[in-house]
Design a protein around this ligand. Structure first.
Ligand code: UD1
Length: 436
């Protein structure tokens, strides 16, 4: 029966990372495909009337969950060596189950796609990291503006439309999720849709490029206004996902944190300018060309102030990893989080490692200490997990990080990549781990 095995995806909730700090990272590391780009592109493939081949898809848990959802809906899916082959023609359901949708934020991208195919869809409200209120009012507004009925009822996002008609959508803020959902709805609407105050993140451009490769007319992605002429016939396409901006940034920060000398390959340096500028300000050497970024540091950092913003501003997803590095910078840094209010909860974990941090409203005041010490800590969400890894790489002694399942949601072979650069990182089941 189609849909059997919908709960095959499981995390080992008992896994830990054990990291012995103080090792310098050196060498070359290849960045994986973009998580957030892939999470928008893959559902879009269901709008086609023929198969798509999507390359450079990251092999991470969020993608496995999404592919389980696609299979449950009826799609034929094969995923090997970072290449996805997806045939949307057998799709025959429009109501993915809560057990899968609750595992990640982007599951609600299926709603506009399934509405485009079936005229209606029911998607349990999205899950994802608990990093603050994550309302979907802008998605509801955008869909209604194009003529859909869109409501949240009984924990579900319910959408339907007899006819979708292009219109002007004015987003109250440049929300990534609402921009993706607006684009995915607009390609099925007749006439022209203008999405004003759109998000400009690289993954928005990637989605636009994939939709164009499928035969859609999408212009302006990467600017404030995206225009879509909808109602075109969409076919399958061959496409390669862009490199992951946040993984690139995490590796750059890890290299700097360990007084390392690392070349990150397969990257897009232009996507990293906000972080590169901050690292340069801190005294880190950053050079880049074509598709590589070379990060070198002597392990001495100046304090800086950082404020998270939508692209091309400093990304909220790199706030926590950089905050970890700032705990050992000389002087006091002020980190202001403007996007997600709960993204400072991980500071309690950093304090266990000796960080001197206090929070005043939406800012963390970080006074640099000489060094961090090892501790037992937890990844409280995906990027908090990355931050704890960076802290552990810098700390004296052996740090044990619980909540590895969060990290695996978003980083492909993270422990393996760090080990290849010289880090002492082990992934162990907490049941079998006996500290020495
Ligand atoms: C996406 C990313 C996430 C990143 C975030 C900001 C994916 C799968 N996730 O999340 O990694 O941290 O962008 O770059 O791509 N908002 C509303 N109403 C809405 C939508 C959003 O008030 O309808 C607010 C949110 O509360 C938040 C801000 O807008 O304060 C930005 O959210 P948004 O850009 O939508 O983030 P996500 O798409 O959830």
């Amino acid at each position: 029966m189609k849909g059997a095995g919908c709960c095959r995806v499981s995390y080992d909730m008992g896994e830990k990372l054990v990291i012995r700090g103080g090792r310098r990272l050196e060498g070359e590391v290849m960045v994986s495909g973009g998580k957030n780009a892939a999470l928008a592109v893959v559902p879009a493939a269901l709008l086609a009337d023929s198969p798509s081949v999507i390359e450079n898809l990251p092999d991470i848990n969020d993608i496995h969950v999404l592919l389980e959802m696609m299979r449950w809906l009826g799609a034929e899916v094969s995923f090997q060596d970072n290449v996805l082959r997806v045939d949307p023609r057998p799709v025959n359901k429009c109501n993915p189950p809560y057990e899968l949708t609750s595992r990640m934020r982007a599951s609600y991208y299926l709603a506009p796609v399934l509405m485009g195919v079936f005229g209606h869809a029911q998607v349990p409200l999205p899950g994802g990291c608990d990093i603050g209120a994550r309302p979907i009012d802008q998605t509801l507004k955008a869909m209604r503006t194009l003529g859909a009925r869109a409501d949240t009822l009984g924990g579900n996002l319910e959408v339907s439309a007899e006819e979708l008609i292009g219109n002007d959508i004015f987003l109250d803020m440049p929300s990534v999720g609402a921009t993706v959902n607006s684009m995915l709805t607009a390609v099925s609407a007749s006439g022209t849709t203008c999405i004003h105050n759109a998000a400009k993140e690289p993954h928005i451009v990637d989605l636009a490029n994939f939709l164009s490769a499928m035969g859609a007319w999408v212009k302006g992605a990467g600017t404030d206004v995206i225009r879509v002429r909808g109602g075109r016939h969409l076919h399958g396409a061959n496409y390669t996902i862009i490199p992951d901006q946040i993984e690139t940034g995490t590796l750059m920060i890890a290299a700097a944190a360990t007084a390392g000398d690392v070349v990150i390959t397969g990257a897009i340096p232009a996507h990293m300018e906000a972080l590169s500028a901050k690292l340069l300000e801190m005294g880190v050497r950053v050079e880049s060309e074509d598709d590589w970024i070379h990060v070198r540091s002597n392990g001495v950092f100046r304090a800086v102030n950082v404020k998270t913003q939508g692209y091309p501003g400093y990304p909220t997803d790199l706030q926590q990893p950089l905050s970890a590095l700032l705990t050992v910078a000389r002087g006091t840094s002020i980190v202001t989080e403007t996007i997600f209010e709960n993204r400072f909860r991980f500071l309690d974990e950093l304090r266990k490692m000796g960080a001197n941090v206090r929070v005043i409203e939406s800012s963390a005041i970080i006074s640099g200490v000489d060094n961090l010490v090892s501790a037992r800590v937890n990844a409280t969400d995906l990027r908090a997990g990355a931050a704890m890894v960076i802290a552990a790489l810098m700390a004296e002694g052996e740090t044990e990080i619980g909540g590895v399942e969060y990290i695996l949601r978003g980083y492909e072979r993270f422990d393996e990549k760090l080990r290849a650069l010289g880090a002492c990182v082990e992934r162990v089941s907490s049941r079998s781990y006996a500290p020495v």
